[in-house]
Design a protein around this ligand. Structure first.
Ligand code: FE
Length: 260
């Protein structure tokens, strides 16, 4: 059995149910308008970070230390095209494992698939495969606290683009309607980006008010195929780096930090 396979089984084995409160922080990167999320267990002090941005890794890692938490996993919802992931750098600083879906095509220590559970202390996230923005997009659901981390599959009053990286509007429509929109309406939606200042939404809000996903599938495809969006600024830097889990050449100052 390979090392990756062993770790994968560890992720799958436990099904956490907890009445413990969740330590939760939402962080933002101004350049890429990316949200990063830190989730921690107050009992065991284990934590995870979802969608870290390379340039913000020191901030995020310091926050985990300030809160007395130990980083267990650095996780991506998909292979991002608009920023370089901070997961590889976080692994160097903290010794954590990195996680992404197998279908993403990106390197990681652990690959997750539909219905896997990611366990940190007394909390866990359930994995839903939600392709359409990219083939490897996954959504992470915390049923106990009623939170869902949708990456770019579902944004607040919007959704991720489908015009590059294996994007497909029909697939995205199906993913959102058959997976995310079937969750309880009160579930809070935390996306990977926002460009208008919103922090979070709910499944009920998006089911009723999302201007794209309240349309029929045919209308949705028409909308998505005619967005005429500009070429992402960081894509030529981000994709090659993200295929290998972010930066591999860790700056000297980062090496010093990791020794602290
Ligand atoms: Fe994306």
């Amino acid at each position: 059995m390979t090392k990756t396979r062993v770790m994968f089984n560890i992720v799958r084995r436990f099904s956490g149910y907890s009445t413990e409160p969740l330590i939760f922080r939402q962080l933002f990167d101004n350049i890429s308008s990316t949200y990063t999320y830190l989730l921690g267990c107050p009992k065991t002090r284990e934590c995870i970070i979802i969608d870290p941005v390379l340039e913000q890794v020191k901030r995020d890692f310091q926050l985990s230390k300030d809160l007395g938490l130990k980083l267990k996993y650095a996780i991506n919802t998909h292979m991002h095209a608009d920023h370089v992931t901070g997961t590889g750098y976080l692994r160097v600083l903290s010794g954590c494992k990195t996680i992404i879906s197998k279908a993403s095509g990106a390197a990681a220590d652990i690959y997750v698939n539909e219905n896997d559970q990611i366990v940190f202390g007394c909390h866990s996230l359930k994995v839903f495969s939600t392709p359409g923005h990219t083939n490897g997009c996954v959504t992470y659901y915390n049923p106990n606290q009623g939170l869902v981390f949708t990456g770019d599959a579902l944004l607040i009053r919007g959704c991720g683009r489908t015009d590059f990286q294996e994007g497909d509007p029909k697939t995205l429509y199906k993913s959102v309607h058959s997976k995310i929109f079937t969750l309880p309406g009160s579930t809070l939606v935390f996306p990977a980006h926002d460009y208008k200042g919103f922090l979070c939404s709910s499944v009920d809000e998006e089911r009723r008010l999302n201007p794209r996903l309240t349309k029929s599938e045919t209308e949705f495809v028409e909308i998505m195929n005619n967005l005429n969006l500009s070429y992402p600024k960081q894509i030529d830097r981000a994709l090659p780096a993200n295929r290998v889990c972010g930066v591999q050449d860790i700056p000297e100052d980062a090496k010093r930090d990791s020794a602290i």
